[in-house]
Design a protein around this ligand. Structure first.
Ligand SMILES: Nc1ncnc2c1ncn2[C@@H]1O[C@H](COP(=O)(O)OP(=O)(O)OP(=O)(O)O)[C@@H](O)[C@H]1O
Length: 594
């Protein structure tokens, strides 16, 4: 039942993606069964006619019927095969797209949880490396075809005797059991080899990655890399050599059992032609029909058994995929309250937080409140919990305890899309894409507001640089897929990331180390301009450059996950034993001449 449920879920996903695919699948199944029947039944009449009255006209009609029906079925089968080949590729791509959509929409916390990260890897592995989806669909189609074929052939064979059906069934069952044993071995093999493959893939990708080549050269790591690749390559080869030995033995046994089925069919039906000891004697026409029926029955039954084993095995492969696809989307979490208007206030009420699968409190009973338009600097030592705090505001995680209120309401009561529209953030590990500068800033291919993007480019101090590019704001970032793409410096990229955050029509801006790559002049300009840039938006600003705090209304000092202070720069500088005072002076001292 569990497998049936999985199968149902898989096919409803397939139906959602392409109903015509399922319809064509059933049609192609019926057509290939049809051809088998024609070739089992019609030759009997032709041979009976040849052995009996030899009526020329009837012989011509029967012969033509066999040829024409085969031509027609061959045409239909080939057409269907071509259609299904194209559709299979489409389905595979769409399943991959479904997975990509899921990754982009799933509740974010899953993507930093080791269990779900592994699940994602296994799901992608099953989908891509084993072609499991395509094989599952093909096997289910083949299952349908074989069921229809077997039902028809059993009806024909029953008119001769049930003994042959029993004899064949016994050998078939042995074949299926052997097949199942081998498939189990194969499934375990491919599961066990995943970690080895993953490590091998990791090192191969390191060798390919152009971004790592500087470090590899500078630290003379190429020998170590190739040694690792060779090591895992040899390990994989050993695994596969064991696998192919087992496969050879299995294929040998399988071949013998297949021949035995043929021998039984010819032997039993042949005996019925030459003797009446097992039942009434039959003619040559019937001999052809029954042998054909028995051989096709054997083929269809063995195939059906194999299909069932394959489907069960493939459902096992696809388990991670199904599990991943059924995780809740971000859009599904949160309430229905549409976030209208601006952020008027943000309040942390006794918020504590542990990362998934961790027992350590990263934030401990954090409480503070800020109002609309305030610029807040968050400072603290490495690992204090600053980024975690702003991730919670972005709803990337739920607090373990306590609540975050915006405009007096728990942030999880807001409907997801309208909430996310109100927030813009530049994280330390922000990413730009190989799109145009404009697309990176606006996040859209069409209907972007170019004027606004250009204004922001000017405000973050990138106007001259962008104007000097051959395609201006339309220039592609990076050369990944276009030679005309431009490579920007780290600081220039950071400015684009800031422009992207400011382009968004949000009323809360979060900047986590946004100036770490900027030169001192650019940094000073951003600070001076900061209030201009951010305007009347509420802003959180995380930086280890203490001078940035001076421009903020208040400073939130975090130490070991706790709020140590929450006050203005002036007031905090009066507390000489405070962490803030120490941090500020530790840096200020380096800027004093003599
Ligand atoms: N995804 C995660 N899973 C588990 N622990 C995490 C995760 N992200 C961060 N941590 C841990 O939480 C703690 C706080 O990290 P956080 O990034 O919030 O610190 P931070 O104050 O921003 O540090 P920094 O100044 O170095 O950027 C750290 O000890 C870190 O190891």
């Amino acid at each position: 039942m569990k497998n049936l449920n999985k199968l149902r879920m898989f096919f409803s996903l397939s139906w959602e993606i392409s109903p015509s695919y399922i319809i064509f699948l059933i049609l192609s199944t019926l057509i290939s069964s049809g051809q088998i029947f024609i070739n089992v039944i019609l030759p009997k009449y032709l041979i009976d006619e040849l052995m009996g009255s030899k009526d020329f006209e009837r012989l011509i009609i029967l012969g033509s019927l066999i040829i024409l029906s085969n031509l027609l079925f061959a045409l239909l089968n080939n057409t269907m095969k071509r259609i299904m080949e194209v559709k299979n590729i489409y389905m595979n791509e769409m399943m991959n797209k479904a997975m990509a959509d899921k990754i982009m929409n799933v509740e974010f916390s899953y993507l930093e949880n080791p269990y779900y990260l592994d699940l994602k890897e296994r799901a992608a592995f099953a989908a891509n490396n084993q072609a499991a989806m395509e094989r599952l669909i093909r096997d289910v189609a083949s299952m349908l075809k074989n069921i229809v074929t077997i039902l028809g052939l059993v009806t024909i064979m029953f008119t001769l005797s049930w003994i042959l059906i029993i004899l064949l069934s016994v050998v078939i069952i042995v074949s299926i059991l052997a097949y199942r044993l081998f498939m189990n071995y194969q499934m375990n093999f491919f599961q066990e080899i995943i970690p080895v493959n993953r490590r091998y893939g990791y090192y191969v990708n390191l060798c390919y990655d152009d971004k790592l080549q500087k470090d590899i050269r500078l630290y003379d790591m190429s020998d170590m890399m190739t040694d690792k690749v060779t090591h895992y390559n040899l390990e994989i080869n050993e695994w596969f050599s064991r696998y192919y030995k087992k496969q050879g033995k299995f294929l040998g046994l399988y071949g013998v059992l297949n021949d035995l089925q043929g021998a039984l069919a010819y032997g039993y039906v042949g005996l019925r032609v030459i003797t009446d000891k097992l039942g009434p004697r039959i003619g040559l026409g019937s001999f052809t029909m029954y042998v054909n029926a028995a051989i096709n029955f054997t083929k269809a039954t063995t195939e059906l058994g194999n299909n069932i084993v394959n489907v069960i095995q493939l459902l096992g492969y696809l388990d991670p995929f199904m599990e991943f696809m059924s995780l809740p989307d971000e859009g599904q979490i949160g309430g229905n309250v549409v976030f209208d208007g601006d952020v008027e206030s943000i309040e942390f009420k006794n918020v504590s937080f542990k990362y998934p699968k961790s027992d350590r409190l990263v934030l401990d009973n954090v409480s503070f409140k800020i109002n609309k338009g305030e610029k807040i600097s968050i400072v603290g030592l490495n690992g204090a919990g600053k980024t975690t705090l702003v991730k919670l505001i972005c709803r990337l995680y739920r607090p373990t305890e306590g609540k975050i209120l915006i405009n007096g309401r728990d942030i999880f009561e807001y409907e997801h899309e309208s909430y996310m529209k109100r927030i813009a953030a530049v994280f330390q590990d922000y990413k730009l894409f190989n799109f145009s500068i404009e697309e990176n800033i606006t996040g859209k291919e069409l209907n972007e507001d170019s004027k606004k993007a250009l204004n922001l480019i000017e405000e973050v101090g990138l106007k001259d640089r962008v104007e000097s590019l051959p395609d201006g704001i339309k220039s592609l970032l990076g050369k990944a897929y276009d030679e005309r793409g431009v490579e920007l410096s780290g600081g220039e990229q950071q400015k684009i990331a800031i422009a992207r955050a400011l382009y968004k029509n949000s009323s809360l801006v979060i900047l986590d180390e946004p100036t770490s790559a900027l030169d001192p002049i650019a940094e000073a300009e951003i600070y001076e301009n900061f209030n201009n840039l951010v305007g009347d938006k509420t802003a959180f600003y995380i930086s280890h450059r203490m001078s940035s705090s001076v421009f903020c209304d208040k400073i939130l000092v975090i130490d070991g996950g706790e709020v140590k202070d929450f006050d203005t720069h002036e007031n905090l500088m009066k507390k000489e034993d405070s962490l803030y005072y120490k941090l500020y002076n530790a840096q200020a001292v380096n800027y004093q001449y003599n």
